[in-house]
Design a binder for this molecule. Sequence first.
Ligand code: MN
Length: 743
Amino acid sequence: MLETSYIDSITKTEPQSLEDLLELLKAYLPDKDLKLVAKAYEFSERAHTGQVRRSGEAYIFHPLGVAAILADLRLDVSTIATGLLHDTVEDTSVTLEDVEKDFGPVVAQLVDGVTKISKMSFRNTHEKQGENIRKMIVAMGKDVRVILVKLADRLHNMRTLGHMPPDKQLRIAEETLDIYAPLASRLGISSMKVELEDLSFRFSQPESYYALAQKVAGNRREREKYIEDVIRLLYQELGKRSKISFDVSGRPKHLHSIHRKMLASNVDYEQVYDVLAFRVCVSTIPECYEILGHVHSLWKPIPGRFKDFIAMPKANNYQSLHTTVIGPNAERIEIQIRTHEMHLVAERGIAAHWAYKEGAEASGPNKEVADKFNWLRDLVAMHQQTNSSDEFLENVKSDLFDSEIYVFTPKGEVKEFPEGATPLDFAYSIHTDVGNHTVAARVNGRLVPLKHRLVNGDTVEVITSKTQQPSKDWLKICVTTRAKSKIRAHVKAEQRKRALEVGKELLEKSFRKNGTSLQKHLQGPLFDKLLKDHGCNSAEDVFVLVGYGTLTPQQILQVLVPGIKPESQGSGSEEASFLQRAFKAVVDRKKKSSSLITVDGMDDMLVRFARCCNPIPGDPVVGFITRGRGIAIHRADCDKAFELDQDRRIDVEWNSQQKGEASRMVRVRVVSQDIAGLLRNMTEVFSSSGINIHNAQVKTTRDGKAISVFDVSIRDTIQLNQVISSLMKIKGVIGVTRVTPTT
Ligand code: MN
């Protein structure tokens, strides 16, 4: 078949029976493990009896296929058994307890993890997607094998996707491209990544896929001959030049990567260079560099295309030398040089570290390997700190998809970051304390500000100060999950601390004014009731609520000191009432508006809407950090916004979750003929849309026209536009405009 012949470099083993699977496993598992696999197979076959797949074949072929994919990765017996059992709990009457009884707690936990992930659907709403990836990451954080089984499950489903209806094909293919292929890539399992990408490409964009497949097939004979020629030349010429023993292989890159290249540089297939990649495998690292030297003396390398992933491995542990040279017939070809061991890791990624080792129980990655997959741990930590799924998703995405840069510590140690990383990301990668106190950095000896973007090869030295404190603005500067979660944690703790201090002070003053002491009332049944009523665990929680203005000192006095008539607010000390007013103002404003806007996924910021342009939900907006008055929100096209200090400009977004729950005041001006009854028609447009009119004024002009001005509550631009077009339809109306004070 045309399309599958290009998905090479993949071991495709479709076992037809338990015996086929055992044959694969015999190569690396001992006999006692094979017995367990046979037991799992029989258990699964019994459970799935009577079930058929869409293709019409018995269900058991699916778990069998999944187990074979896991066997290709040479995974341990628990993982293979999980592959066989992975759908039993979800799809049959089997319970988790049954699995645990027969196969022990490890397999039961793995099956449970896979079942949980299978219940997630990743493509409903944006919010849900974040929430689901979040759960998936947590499942993965506990045991990576869960994700390996899930990836194998998805791969097998993708191979048999042709039996699904087209709308399902599209949804599953897109989900695979969005989530599973990047995950496989991040886990370093390139064999899976390549196959998942090409299968997704085929089902999500069939037209582009087949057009490209045809083009690639068009010059296939020619190209195969060329590949053979290059391989022969490499054997011949490298053999002449060195005594090293090596293997050479060559292949076209997979279709999805060619497609991506065409899109990225906006060219046709004919203009995509280096679609062919050749691989030379040797035994040792020095041999890699020696071969590289010979390749470069044989064919001219293209400047800037040499990458040393041996000295600087990718985050997913991938190691290899890459160079692009001008080969025979002046064609560009990519040549990868690596050791056999590196090749194994490249194909199997993290799975290579789980693989069964002769004579030792496979017990998961050792510490050294685990360290290289640190990002996993960071993601789990991140999950525990964030409440917002959007925020989490953003971070997961940047961790999964961004390409990497490599920078050096002053001691020459290499650190790897996503593109766009700044000295702050670097500082937090060293230690939270270093990050929290960073004021600037020296990059290659030159002093740079915190927002400086690091590039490949920079040497970075952090400058700290004891008095420095992280701020929310820093979240805009950082790109790594680690830095962002540390900053967020610090900012949240600081805010709470400030609210707590203010709240406690307000309460103490209020109690003193009423002739008693706060301290005396912080225990006993009344106090316990107060805690319970407001969901607090401690007096500190209460202080925080008072600090934020959620509770007033008067309310608390009345609960804790029954019978007391609290002194009125006005008689409180100047300072206390000032603080109180300040906080009340903050809270009021928060209730009204700030939750309408999110900054970086946060919606708890102090926000005010600029009067000059009076933005409403749906308007493109920008934010400006003010001195002590939170963030001012302007319409993106507001003249005033261009005059403000652009360094203080930040990206803000309308909070999609607040839609329809809040409204903003808008002034609408209608110019019309001065006809009786028009005003009533106009007010009817508002009231039939459920819009409150707060104020209306009508003026008539000497030339027989009426100018009506309405101040109305509007939900968003959609509602506003609907109203404007309804007003325009009224006979006699000449023009309707949204008015801002400056227009
Ligand atoms: Mn399945």
